[in-house]
Every structure is written in C-alpha cells, then in structure tokens.
Design a protein around this ligand. Structure first.
Ligand code: DC
Length: 229
C-alpha cells in the first residue's frame, strides 16, 4: 500500500523540516515543490529571459530539463544534469521567485510535473512504490487533493520570521528578522493571490505549530497521519 502525504503552509511554517522527517520515518520520497518554482527562476535568469515575459517564462518551464532527486536524506535539484540545489535559496532567487509563482501557465506545467512524480512514487520510482510526502502551497488543494493525508501547517508570523531568520542568518536578532521580513511577509502576500494556503480546504487538517519545537510538531503530525491513513 502506497501513501501520499500532502503538506501546505506559508513560508517559515516548518514544512520542509516536518516533511523530510515524515518521509524518512515512513520510508517515503520527499518532494519540495517550492524548489521547482525556484529552479524555473534560475533557468530563466541563466538564459536572460525577462521574468515579466509570461509566455517566454512558461515556454522555458515546459522545456526545462529538470530532475528532482526526492531522497529525504539529500534532496537535490538537477538542471540539465547539473546540481543547482545550492543556488535555489540565494537572495537573488528568493526576491523574484514570486513573479514566476504567479504565472498561471508555469503553475499548470509544474502541477503536471508534480503529479507525474507523485504517480511514479506510488507505483514504483525511488520509493519502490511506498509513496511520497509533497509540500508546497497548493498540494492539498490542486496538485494532490486526493492525497491520503492532507495537512495545513501554520504558525504565527513572529514564529515564522524567527525560524526563517535563523535558517538564513544563523540567528533571530532584530537585523536578521528585518532582513527576512520581505521574504516571509511580502512574498506570502503576493503568493496568496494565486493559491489559498492560509485556510484549510475541507478534509485538510490544520496543525498550528506556533511555539512548538520540531519534535513536538513531528509528534503531532504523526498522530494526524496515523488517524487519517
Ligand atoms: O516554499 P518556497 O519558499 O521554496 O517557495 C518558493 C516560491 O514558490 C514561493 O513564492 C511560493 C511558491 N510556491 C507556490 O506557489 N506553490 C507551491 N506549491 C510551492 C511554492
């Protein structure tokens, strides 16, 4: 029996940490769909494509030679066989990725690619058919509304800012928080114009992990998975 776990939520809610842990725990693969929007951005930047040219960006997304390595112990993104994982989270990409994420033709293309990856992992693939944890903004609603388990992971803005600041700058002092504010608050506002990820769809379980340690979030998520699968 395969299992698909879908996790959505805003920036800094702890989706990646939780999703990777769940995948490792259940022997599943792990798909970070945010990386796919980021890699389209990198692919366009490398080719000098203007991100505001929606058609050119959509075409590039369709032609992009992408391989998502979905091992939860070491997820990687290969573009034309070249590992670009380290480039995906630079400020240069984070600042502009929303322009790509609100391009509806890009969303349609990535949705299809994400569904194909999920389908492969539920029948064969790198998980041997055990399944996958996929995380993003529209997985519970658009990409995999039929997933066995669907979780909306949320947290207070203050918690999310502090987590992202620690991730990016190694601490959560005032300067780091300010440097991170744009990425978390402005980008989520922009992204929420195309996907609804602050409110749970019917059948989606909301997990508010404000003030929780990663271990507590993991335990709460395991309880949800066990009650839903
Ligand atoms: O989660 P992240 O910061 O890596 O996401 C990168 C961008 O892609 C961000 O603008 C949100 C967007 N995104 C999306 O629109 N839909 C998804 N399923 C995943 C990410």
């Amino acid at each position: 029996m395969s299992i698909v776990i879908a996790i959505d939520g805003p920036s800094g809610s702890g989706k990646s940490t939780l999703s990777r842990r769940l995948a490792a725990h259940y022997g599943l693969q792990y798909l970070d769909t945010g990386s796919m929007y980021r890699v389209v951005t990198v692919w366009c930047m490398d080719q000098g494509i203007d991100l505001d040219d929606q058609e050119a960006v959509a075409r590039a997304a369709r032609e992009m030679p992408l391989d998502m390595v979905t091992d939860p112990a070491g997820p990687r993104v290969l573009l034309g066989g070249v590992d670009v994982t380290e480039r995906l989270h630079t400020g240069e990409v984070s600042t502009v990725v929303s322009i790509v994420a609100v391009n509806l033709a890009v969303r349609a293309e990535l949705r299809d690619r994400q569904r194909a990856i999920i389908d492969v992992e539920t029948t064969a693939g790198r998980s041997g058919g055990r399944g996958i944890v996929a995380e993003g903004r529209d997985i519970t609603t658009v990409v995999a509304p039929d997933a066995d388990v669907r979780i909306l992971l949320i947290a207070e803005p203050g918690d999310r800012l502090a987590r992202r600041a620690r991730e990016r700058h190694g601490n959560a002092d005032t300067r780091s928080i300010e440097a991170t504010r744009d990425e978390v608050i402005r980008r989520d506002a922009q992204d929420s114009t195309v996907s609804e990820f602050m409110r749970a769809d019917d059948g989606v379980v909301t997990l508010d992990n404000s003030g929780m340690e990663p271990d507590e979030t993991f335990a709460a998520a395991i309880a949800i998975v066990e009650s839903q699968r």
